[in-house]
Design a binder for this molecule. Structure first.
Ligand code: ZN
Ligand code: ZN
Length: 337
């Protein structure tokens, strides 16, 4: 537990995944109850760690009267249902995330079916389909779902003690992702929208909207106009180089587009073919995808798709169907035909 500014504490909670060691939850002290930003996974270890850090601060669970979740991914939202019930707290999150709770965490059959079809149409070979289609199922046990008591739309101001937090919709990593901005101290709680060294995952899938990477880059552009002294991210360490980081992430996406275009090599390819021929995790041999776990393999395909559709929205890519499989090609190629 670390005091990031008087009255605001970062409480890292452990995550049971290899390449991400912890999620940051933040506690804001108020005179009439405290505010918790993000919750961690629903594991005994995360819950014990939260209890321990609260005890070190001299805070009783029941003093947490409000919980704000930046987006409904298991690492940020997993403990929400349990904490809400235990502390009798009011839960806040964005209406677009609320729409997914039922299909993702309660009745998943339809979404599983859709995901299978989605992967199939984007070129995943039948023998790989089951493992990729079901890759998210192990995550379910880490989520105790709950609906928000207060649904956010963006533009709200949530006050706690001396602090007031503006709710900023920042779609892209998740359609209903929000950041919280504290204008007096110029603090930005960035969730997974901006992380100091990791480039946040942005994927195209049945619940992502039609151009999530376009949404993501637009959200980044809007944020870049703001004055931010300290970014408090959902993972890794708080940092001050706000604009430089935005520029770094934007450049990363430009380079990825260029890499995909080069892999396309003026042919028509599926998202799966492209995904398996570009680099992942700094693997220079271009076979990195095959070394990933199923969850990461699937995220990689969805990321490639997000790039393809973002380029398509700008007229830099074309898509066509052949035997119900989607192929991408550069517009240049179709003009030559
Ligand atoms: Zn996330
Ligand atoms: Zn996260």
């Amino acid at each position: 537990m670390i005091e990031v500014t008087p009255g605001i504490y970062r409480m890292p909670l452990p995550l049971p995944v290899p390449n991400l060691s912890h999620i940051n939850t933040y506690l804001v002290k108020g005179d009439r109850g405290c505010l918790l930003i993000d919750t961690g996974w629903n594991t005994a270890e995360a819950f014990a760690s939260l209890k321990k850090q609260l005890a070190e601060l001299g805070i009783k669970g029941k003093e947490i009267s409000r919980i704000v979740v930046t987006h409904a991914h298991p690492d940020h939202y997993g403990l929400a249902g349990k904490l809400k019930a235990l502390f009798n707290a009011t839960l806040y999150f964005h209406h677009l995330e609320k729409d997914f709770i039922e299909t993702r965490y309660v009745h998943m059959d339809e979404l599983l079916q859709e995901m299978g079809q989605w992967l199939n149409q984007n070129g995943v070979p039948p023998e790989r389909l089951p493992e990729l289609q079901q890759a998210s199922l192990p995550m379910l046990k880490f989520v105790a779902p709950a609906m928000p008591d207060t649904t956010l739309y963006g533009g709200e101001v949530i006050t706690c003690g001396d602090f007031s937090f503006n709710v900023l919709p920042t779609p892209g990593h998740a359609p209903g992702h929000i950041c919280l901005y504290e204008p007096d101290r110029k603090l930005l709680f960035s969730g997974d929208h901006i992380l100091p060294t990791i480039t946040p995952h942005v994927g195209l899938h049945p619940q992502s909207g039609s151009n999530p990477l376009g949404d993501y880059l637009d959200s980044l552009n809007r944020l870049e106009q703001m004055e931010v002294n300290l970014v408090l991210p959902g993972h890794e360490q708080p940092f001050t180089e706000f604009k430089e980081r935005i520029e770094g992430i934007t450049l990363h996406h430009r380079l990825r587009n260029a890499e995909i275009l080069a892999a396309l090599n003026s042919e028509a390819k599926t998202a799966f073919e492209l995904t398996t021929s570009i680099t992942w995790l700094h693997d220079v041999n271009g076979v990195g995808w095959y070394k990933l776990g199923n969850w990461d393999k699937r995220m990689a395909i969805l990321e490639t798709l997000a790039h393809l559709e973002a380029m398509r929205a700008k007229g830099e890519m074309e898509k066509f169907n052949r035997d119900d499989i989607r192929y991408y090609r550069s517009p240049q190629k179709s003009r030559e035909k």
